[in-house]
Design a protein around this ligand. Structure first.
Ligand code: PLP
Length: 375
């Protein structure tokens, strides 16, 4: 790994005015200093006369950007050397196939624990690939995580798949399950970098970038090196983790600009104190928002308290008419993208790392005013 070459962002750059607060579930809000840095470097990265978008992915400049981003992610997440970090395309949805294609064993069986819509999608996709996909547990409605003692795990599963944080339903695991010798695999798209995740508890984790990492178009896979020999023979090479690991994720052209922005986001996160520090802010933001919901007679969140997501906070408003009025009013007040996922409706506040605490305070203030007017 080469030395980190990019300059650290200075504290004075950490605050920049935005005209709205963006509560989108993804692509989501990015840190303003990152956008400013990207703007500053847009036409000429470090005196090369070139935009990062225009660089060869095999040239020394992009290689230094790529290595720097990986080193920062490894430092932020304390990823051991025995894990490979892959920077891929295809989104988390692509990895719904990537996981069974790369981790199945002769048994052809995998276990899925389904606690929300994304886990269901991962299961459906894996079912096209494997002989048998066992639903070890499935919640209905998706408002909690069933205790592991209730799961029906297969004896010879190749892996157990979970969605650590369900973005649509706002359901998070309150502890990492222990699956013994069977590798645990997690979709961490909407929780990565928001709180410490002990990578060593997993065989593999994967995430679409467009929430806490950077722009859409990049997908990060972190996989234990000793699982890399399992890739099924006819796996397309862009989906082949082993081949991608050997090629440093540059088997074909990687999403170079998204990779570069991810590196800037990692640098920003290091500047604000790292994952532990942002986790404290995230907890505070979520706690006060849930307190506002629970303390009101208009708003309801149905998720079991222990499994309430600190990244995605869905709630309903007393009647459909009031919900519409609430969503119109918030938008007019500059609190945007609060409409719940199209499949479930309601309201959803995604409060990723880059959502300032002041944004959550503004939302809570709006909720209180709304309740005073309508409660
Ligand atoms: C938990 C989770 N998994 C998977 C996906 C799908 O990701 P992508 O659009 O990158 O395929 C999302 C998107 O929001 C998600 O939140």
């Amino acid at each position: 790994m080469s030395q980190i070459t990019q300059p650290q962002m200075v504290q004075s750059e950490l605050v920049a005015p935005r005209t709205i607060y963006n509560f989108s579930a993804g692509p989501g809000v990015l840190p303003a200093p990152v956008l400013l840095k990207a703007q500053e470097e847009l036409l000429d990265w470090h005196g090369t006369g070139m935009s990062v978008m225009e660089m060869s992915h095999r040239g020394k400049d992009f290689i230094s950007i790529a290595e720097d981003a990986e080193a920062r992610l490894r430092a932020l997440m304390r990823i051991p050397d025995s894990y490979k970090v892959l920077f891929l395309q295809g989104g988390a949805t692509g990895q719904f196939v990537g996981v069974p294609a790369n981790l199945s064993t002769a048994s052809g069986i995998a276990d899925y624990v389904i606690t929300g819509q994304w886990g269901q999608k991962a299961y459906t996709e894996a079912s096209k690939y494997l002989d048998k996909v066992n639903v070890a547990a499935r919640t209905d409605p998706h408002t909690y995580v069933p205790p592991q003692s209730e799961w029906r795990l297969s004896r010879d599963a190749a892996y157990v798949h979970i969605t650590l944080n369900e973005t649509v339903n706002g359901v998070v695991f309150d502890k990492i399950p222990d699956t013994g010798d069977v590798p645990l695999v997690a979709d961490v798209s909407s929780i990565i970098l928001s709180e410490p995740i002990d990578v060593t508890k997993f065989g593999a984790i994967y995430a679409g970038a467009q929430k806490n990492i950077g722009p859409a178009g990049l997908t990060v896979v972190i996989v234990a090196e000793d699982l890399l020999a399992r890739t099924r023979p006819r796996t397309p090479q862009v989906w082949d983790w082993y081949a991608m690991a050997k090629a440093g994720s540059k088997l074909n052209t990687p999403p170079t600009y998204a990779w570069y922005i991810a590196g800037l986001v990692f640098a920003w996160l290091q500047d604000v104190g790292g994952v532990q520090a942002i986790a404290e802010v995230n907890r505070r933001k979520a706690d006060k928002l849930y307190a506002a919901i629970d303390g009101s007679s208009l708003f309801v969140n149905p998720v079991a308290v222990a499994n309430r997501s600190r990244m995605n906070v869905p709630f309903t408003v007393a009647t459909p008419e009031l919900e519409n009025e609430f969503l119109t009013g918030t938008t007019e007040a500059g609190l945007v993208e609060l409409t719940g996922h199209r499949s479930v409706g309601g309201v959803r506040a995604s409060i990723y790392n880059a959502m300032p605490e002041a944004g959550v305070d503004a939302l809570i203030a709006f909720m209180k005013e709304f309740e005073n007017a309508h409660g």
